[in-house]
Design a protein around this ligand. Structure first.
Ligand SMILES: *Cc1c(COP(=O)(O)O)cnc(C)c1O
Ligand SMILES: [Zn+2]
Length: 430
């Protein structure tokens, strides 16, 4: 068994295989040599426990790095663009609409620098990449990861290559190009892009944030659990709803809650974990419904491109967590996703992308199915910004009224609009 001793004052102890427990040095590797299981960061929790307190965290940076002892880095040079500590909003109007008493929205649509939760995972991955000596970084992306990697690599002065499926939304392509990486638009879906990138990673020795750096990358998602607990005054919620693409974010939110319990920062209590997928790419929801403990890959066909991963790497772990926590994994159609985007915008003033629409629509579906108790403290993770997926929603958002610059023209338009509203309203009564 490969076991290199780690010399470091950090709490990171190395990597460990999730399946067989084999241990490895904290290098750029992600698959177990013995059983091909995924590798995960391992920590000295006693060291963390003795080092962190509510006060030490509160005194830390106003970013994900306030939770640094829980993150897989060893040096002092952190990449900190202020990522994280996004708002946790107590919902009033959406909660009332759904009949929930304690609904909260974790709003990563306004995360920085690139307006999605991916800024968290990339800040961690590239900090570690630099510690490991990489000067060129890369990723296979469904869009948001491309934006975050390109932006944060630019900030850190790393050379950057981004691989995306060629049919990505324009906002996500532009939101990558602007940072100046080499962008490769691959004629294929995300799963094909990912396969290609595994080959490139082997051959070129670059740091791929979601391939050979994946054990570091994925740990960044735990900050979504830490922040919610801190923002709820160091209480865990009763139930969370989060989107599932590869299943990394969902499983790491769970790991984050467990780590807070393990280190005594919150009281032990169960958190029900529910997951959201788009029906056009819902292999994990299908397996959940079918009572299977394996995930059958699918070919994605949905407007929710940011979560369209047909062969999810952490799918089986997500299934296990949903079942043992008493949560559920459900999927919604593209038209429900559009309704979800509009519902969140029109009740809470938050414009999310298709992944957020998926999560809100699944929340609604779970409430209607009686799977969310109205009294439970429920947190919904809104993971990306709507301005990046405009083509998905533009046809359904309505049109401005075109008028001349005169009061008469305005009054005529207003009358017309009110008549149309009345007709709309009468139709909904039928
Ligand atoms: C990447 C992404 C997710 C979830 O991805 P996982 O692979 O499951 O970690 C969720 N929402 C958005 C907006 C994303 O970009
Ligand atoms: Zn193994």
């Amino acid at each position: 068994m490969t076991q290199t001793p780690i010399r470091s004052t950090s709490t990171l102890r190395g990597l460990r295989c999730r399946e067989c427990g084999a241990e490895y040095a904290a290098e750029a590797r992600h698959v177990c040599e013995w059983c091909f299981g995924p590798l995960e960061a391992a920590y000295d929790y006693e060291a963390i426990r003795s080092r962190v307190s509510h006060q030490s965290i509160a005194a830390g940076p106003r970013s994900i790095w306030r939770y640094r002892p829980f993150l897989p880095v060893s040096g002092e040079r952190l990449i900190d663009l202020g990522t994280g500590l996004t708002p946790l909003i107590r919902s009033e109007r959406l909660a009332r609409r759904l009949g929930l008493k304690a609904l909260y929205l974790k709003n990563d649509a306004v995360n920085v620098p690139s307006l999605s939760f991916k800024d968290r995972v990339v800040s961690v991955a590239l900090t570690r990449a630099r510690e490991l000596g990489f000067t060129t970084v890369s990723c296979a992306s469904t869009g948001n990861l491309a934006n975050a990697t390109a932006a944060i690599a630019a900030h850190a002065g790393l050379e950057c290559y981004i691989f995306i499926p060629a049919d990505l939304e324009a906002g996500k392509v532009l939101g990558t190009l602007i940072y100046g990486p080499q962008v490769l638009a691959v004629d294929g879906n995300y799963d094909q892009v990912n396969r290609l990138c595994s080959e490139v990673a082997d051959r070129h020795g670059w740091g791929f944030v979601n391939i050979n750096l994946r054990p570091y990358y994925s740990e960044g998602s735990k900050t979504l659990a830490f922040e919610v607990a801190e923002q709820l005054d160091w209480q865990l919620p009763d139930h969370v709803v989060a989107p599932i693409a590869s299943g990394s974010l969902y499983t790491k939110i769970y790991k984050g809650f467990q780590e807070l319990i393990k280190t005594g920062l919150v009281a032990d209590k169960p958190v029900r974990m529910s997951g959201a997928q788009a029906s056009g790419c819902s292999p994990v929801a299908e397996a959940f419904r079918g009572g299977q403990d394996f995930v059958t890959p699918v070919k994605p066909a949905t407007i929710a491109k940011s979560i369209a991963i047909g062969n999810p790497a952490d799918g089986i772990y997500a299934l296990d967590i949903a079942r043992k926590s008493g949560g559920s994994i459900a999927d919604v159609s593209d038209s429900e996703i559009i309704e979800g985007i509009k519902l969140l915008a029109q009740t809470e003033g938050i414009f999310t992308e298709t992944a957020g629409g998926t999560t809100v629509a699944v929340l609604k579906k779970l409430v209607e199915a009686g799977q969310i108790d109205p009294e439970e403290t429920t947190v919904v993770y809104i993971t990306g910004n709507g301005l990046k997926t405009q083509e998905a929603i533009a046809p359904y958002a309505g049109e401005p009224l075109q008028i001349e610059p005169s009061l008469a023209s305005f009054e005529r338009a207003l009358e017309r609009a009110r008549t149309l509203d009345r007709l709309d309203w009468q139709q909904t009564l039928v």
